[in-house]
Design a protein around this ligand. Structure first.
Ligand code: NAG
Ligand code: NAG
Length: 506
């Protein structure tokens, strides 16, 4: 994947090992192919025969956007399928289908993700089958945003200052993606585990690296038949090292808090108000060990860091490529902050900041095929479209985001297109970045939408607001928006491109 594969297992394997792994993988892929759900009634983009679908899966890997767009235009609102290396994915485009996809509990997001990155084997049965950390994020983290605000803001300010390390009024060129990853990691972990761990370079390095290790590990594990996967996870991926390294850093903190918990119950003076605390309050039985809690924190970082860094880096590129958008953003942020200071309610009023980020997510996004779901049983949509148990399904997110019947001038980046929009009752709830719909899918939609989207969007807005009032930004002379990288359905901000920062001078 585009996610910097230098993180692949560093151990060197002999040719024999590679040969054996390759053979097992080839047998597994062929075995999986013969068990693919029967999808004959759904038309394919490209050829649907055995050999043709191999070629199709190669095209999808290299250019998913065009493959999906071809199906989107050819089949209009009807479902179609695209080939991936060892399966078909059914792609939906109509509002009705997407709403049904989002509503159903028989179509599972976690099972679809597990198919791709094998969390069940890399991080363990509990993380996959009892994802209580996700409800702690959805409920407790979201509800505590206001309390966490000053801390998150403080971490954003200090991490930009530390990591940019600017001198007086000089322009400095920095590798945007890697700096943003560190800032996002620090900020997120200020809320997850608090100070001082969130600033520990070892902890930051570990969490950024682990994201890659988990994805690469998932791909490797997925090459093996089910009964060999636990062994493959242990021997051929770096995830066990991630967990051990994480447990070493988190262990002393967890143990200290555990002593207080044992002594005083869930309430004591100066109890840290962070994700780890709430996790420990909610954890039951065997989940309350250093090892298990570490896995929860790692998987939450996994879900948070790449997605948020990706979104912010793209926004930063748009800003640097179009500095004319800086003054209106600045004016908005300063006007609000002068009256109210930095608070959750103040940031809630920053419509242009919200719209700018939403437009970046619409224009670029994270996945060409968003809302991944796996059918837990045979499923029939209300128009009669039938998908058998085991089918992977997704929505044609980027095609929908660029459909002229859905958005005016869809191929033009209009950063403030959502800023003036109101609902009939005068509220803005439907037009904010956090509100998902069948027309806006970066966070998924429905019951299984991203549980961290309120936290993530607030973090993104605070970061953008901070950048526009504190810095001038631009690209190198004559450079234009650095194109994102694509592999399969994944979209990643360009990780080589640089952005110039300077302390704001006017
Ligand atoms: C998390 O939120 C739920 C739902 O409001 C609540 O019942 C629970 O006590 C909260 N947990 C913690 C640790 O605050
Ligand atoms: C940028 O483009 C202009 C006009 O095309 C050219 O004169 C100038 O040398 C270029 N600058 C750089 C740094 O490449």
């Amino acid at each position: 994947m585009s996610l910097h594969l230098q993180g692949l297992p560093a151990r060197t394997f002999s040719g024999v090992t590679y040969g054996v792994v390759g053979l097992v993988a080839a047998i597994t892929i062929v075995a999986n192919l013969s068990q693919r759900p029967n999808l004959y009634a759904i038309p394919a983009v490209g050829s649907s025969n055995w050999l043709g679908s191999w070629w199709g899966s190669f095209k999808y890997l290299m250019n998913a956007r065009n493959v999906i767009q071809e199906g989107y235009e050819k089949y209009k609102s009807a479902p179609f399928k695209v080939a991936e290396p060892n399966r078909w994915t059914v792609i939906l485009s109509s509002r009705e289908h997407v709403e049904e996809l989002a509503k159903s509990n028989e179509l599972s997001f976690v099972e679809a993700i597990n198919d791709q990155i094998q969390i069940e084997y890399s991080l363990g049965h509990g993380v996959h089958h009892n994802p209580y950390h996700a409800s702690v994020i959805r409920l407790n983290l979201t509800r505590n945003l206001e309390v966490l605000y000053p801390h998150i803001r403080d971490e954003i300010v200090t991490s930009f200052t530390d990591l940019l390390d600017l001198s007086e009024n000089e322009w400095k060129s920095v590798p945007a993606f890697s700096i943003i990853q560190k800032i996002v990691c620090r900020t997120t972990n200020r809320a997850f585990t608090g100070l001082p761990l969130c600033r520990d370079p070892d902890w930051i390095d570990l969490n950024i690296r682990c994201t890659v290790d988990m994805i690469a590990g998932g791909v490797i594990i997925g090459l093996f038949p089910k009964f060999m996967r636990p062994l493959a996870a242990r021997l051929l991926t770096r995830v066990p090292q991630c967990i051990r390294r994480g447990a070493k850093l988190l262990g002393p903190i967890i143990e200290e808090r555990q002593e207080y918990l044992d002594e005083y119950g869930t309430e004591w003076d100066d109890k840290p108000n962070d994700f780890l605390s709430w996790l420990m309050d909610e954890a039951e039985g065997a989940e309350l060990t250093v090892d298990r809690l570490t896995r929860r924190i790692l998987v939450s970082n996994f879900a948070a860091i790449h997605t948020t860094s990706n979104g912010f880096t793209q926004a930063l590129f748009y800003l640097a490529a179009n500095p004319q958008y800086i003054p209106p953003l600045r004016e908005e942020v300063e006007g609000i902050v002068q009256k109210e200071g930095w608070s959750k309610s103040a940031v809630g009023k920053m419509r242009k900041v919200d719209s700018f980020l939403k437009e970046c997510l619409r224009f670029e996004g994270v996945l060409f095929a968003s809302l991944p779901r796996k059918a837990l049983k045979d499923f029939t949509f209300s128009d009669g479209t039938f998908v058998p148990k085991g089918t992977l399904i997704a929505a044609a997110a980027v095609s929908i985001h660029h459909n002229k019947d859905v958005y005016e001038n869809p191929d033009i980046f209009e950063p403030f297109r959502f800023a003036g929009m109101h609902d009939e009752d005068g509220s803005r709830s439907k037009h904010q970045c956090t509100s998902t719909s069948a027309d806006f899918l970066p966070f998924g939609h429905g019951r299984q939408a991203c549980p961290g989207r309120f936290f993530a969007t607030n973090e993104l807005k605070l970061m953008l607001a901070h950048v526009v009032v504190t810095y001038d930004v631009k690209l190198q002379d004559n450079e234009t928006y650095p194109p994102s990288w694509h592999i399969g359905s994944f979209i990643s901000a360009n990780s080589h491109a640089k952005v110039l920062f300077r302390n704001r001078i006017d």
